[in-house]
Design a protein around this ligand. Sequence first.
Ligand code: ADP
Ligand code: MG
Length: 249
Amino acid sequence: MDIRLAGVTVDFAAHGVRALDDVELSIAEGEQVALLGPSGAGKSTLLRIILGAIQPVAGEVRVSGLDPFGGSRDVTRIRRATGMVRQRDDLVRGLTARTNILIGHTHGWRPGDWWHVLRGRVPHRHLQRLHTLAVRHDIAQLLSTRIENLSGGQRQRVALVRALLGKPRLLLADEATSGLDPARAAEALAHLRDADAATLIVTTHDLTVARQFPRVVAVRDGRIVFDGPELPEEAVADIYGGRPAKVNS
Ligand code: ADP
Ligand code: MG
């Protein structure tokens, strides 16, 4: 899916915070983009407006021509076509990896499906794809394991497979490599980039993660301060340093 933001401004008025300030951004179908910036820069907010979860006070958002604030039909179509791996691990403890993956996809379930899934069975229409994804992302041996017995990297891959099961054309990953040691982070990144979603946006505050992407969009104080294929040292100082942010266009 392609994404277009034009003049997008997001305020959390009650907190006196401008989270995004006049953001212009276009991402084409098929691109893999790292959204880089320090904590509080506005990265998660940007992902959430794509999903229609936070409404801008100004500007226009389009996801494959659909308007996430244009009505429930557009929102539903966007959300069905999008997979999200969240910053905080929101997998459910006490349930197996398999059940966690499946309860992310309850659309169209019949009442009896819950019973089967909670007892460890996979609805027929998900069997083949779950198997393929589990093998590809190296969790096939872990599907019957409870979430709390998995390592951080393993949980990350379970969350990824959950996001991918619905065949998303857009994959959003919010700090998906944070909290993993460097080897596991590199592995998680490789899995994300190798996923079969057309468009990928990964937020990160980690420069080395961002630099592995063909396009880096850097955000600071709600503004895009860099957008390009390779991040030069001067731009790094702009993103993290004390100097006023400069727009690189
Ligand atoms: P990042 O993901 O880059 O760390 P966020 O998008 O989460 O940044 O936040 C951007 C700014 O908006 C921060 O100042 C943050 O405190 C503020 N913010 C984010 N979500 C909310 C919210 N629900 N209510 C109030 N302020 C928020
Ligand atoms: Mg965030």
